[in-house]
Design a protein around this ligand. Structure first.
Ligand SMILES: [Zn+2]
Length: 339
């Protein structure tokens, strides 16, 4: 639960996720972890922050991503993902009906500019109705996954028209998605400070989103995770036969994993800068994190120390400034390994 305050200590900030299944798994935690109105609204605020900062990174730093994907700029949820006991609360809190609805919307996305709003119900996409609400009283992600697939397929073709329901009236909203870095973003309700990347998704716990002092600090966390996806670190470590779990803490496993962490720190700085976030926020974040959480006895061998991370990030910021002063575009060069 979000309520109840202080995040617990977590020795490893960032782990390449091993057992990530579907986005629904994380949304499921959202459904089961909440019951009260205030908690729902508080969680939505964190989802919105995540979507807004993630969208800005993915859209504005697209130059740094060799592969691009259409970015919807909003997250959906659906009453059927909640258990029966929570559905009335969800309907009342968000004022939603049976249609899948917009949970969080990035305000600078084309969908928002076209008039989409949070809590709009999505009735049809390009004229095709979304699947009916499944029967049954326990939470299921069947329809949310189906609608998300339907939306992504439509977005792959360019402009889409959403038929939305708002206060009982229907209207059509048409927008052309921005093409950007393909990472998708989601929050997971948890008191543990954690952020992860699995190749497609970037996930941060609600505690981590709340811990980031401002949007630029959150961009530092998300930029690092996005970098893992953009640089295909998970595939690289798999190809190198890295052993996960306890064995990842030793020898070659630890060294190769640590190299990906250093690369993600370095690349993340450029993502931040291209998206218009002050990269100095990454230094601020790690200084604070080190002060408040870094004094543990256990130091993960897979990750550089906070002090080392700060050095690495400062060196990249300095390099970026030199390039800018020389009138060159600040693009990352990961050819020189620095750990
Ligand atoms: Zn990492």
């Amino acid at each position: 639960m979000l309520a109840g305050g202080m995040p617990r200590f977590s020795p490893v900030l960032c782990a390449l996720l091993l057992s990530f299944t579907t986005p629904a798994a994380a949304i499921g935690a959202f459904a089961s972890a909440v019951s009260a109105n205030d908690d729902l609204l508080a969680l939505r605020t964190l989802d919105r922050r995540m979507e807004t900062v993630g969208y800005r990174l993915a859209a504005r730093a697209a130059r740094l991503c060799p592969e691009k994907a259409p970015l919807p700029g909003f997250l959906l949820h659906d009453v059927s993902q909640y258990g029966e006991s929570d559905r009335a609360e969800v309907r009342t809190t968000f004022g939603i009906g049976n249609a899948p609805s917009v949970l969080a919307l990035a305000p600078d996305s084309p969908a928002a500019h076209a008039g989409l709003r949070e809590d709009d119900g999505i009735v049809a996409i390009d004229g095709r109705p979304v699947p009916d609400l499944p029967s049954g009283t326990s939470g299921t992600f069947t329809r949310l996954v189906a609608v998300t697939d339907q939306l992504e397929k439509a977005l792959a073709g360019g402009a889409v028209t959403l038929t939305v329901e708002r206060s009982g009236a229907r209207q059509e909203i048409r927008f052309t998605p921005e093409q950007g870095c393909p990472s998708r973003f989601q929050t997971r309700p948890s008191d543990t400070l954690d952020a992860r990347a699995n190749g497609d998704y970037v996930e941060a716990t609600t505690a981590m989103v709340a811990y980031a002092g401002d949007d630029a600090e959150l961009a530092a966390v998300l930029g690092h995770e996005m970098a893992h996806n953009i640089l295909k670190h998970r595939a690289r470590l798999n190809a190198a036969g890295i052993q996960r779990g306890l064995l990842q803490q030793f020898g070659r496993n630890a060294r190769l994993t640590r190299n990906t962490e250093v690369e993600a720190d370095r690349f993340g700085v450029y993502l931040m800068a291209h998206a218009g976030f002050d990269p100095q926020a990454a230094v601020r974040f790690w200084e604070r994190y080190g002060r408040e959480h870094g004094a543990g006895i256990f130091r993960a061998a897979t990750h550089p120390s906070e002090r080392r991370r700060i050095e690495i990030i400062k060196a990249e910021i300095a390099r970026m400034r030199r390039l800018e002063q020389a009138g060159q575009e600040p693009l990352p060069d990961l050819g020189s390994q620095s750990d």
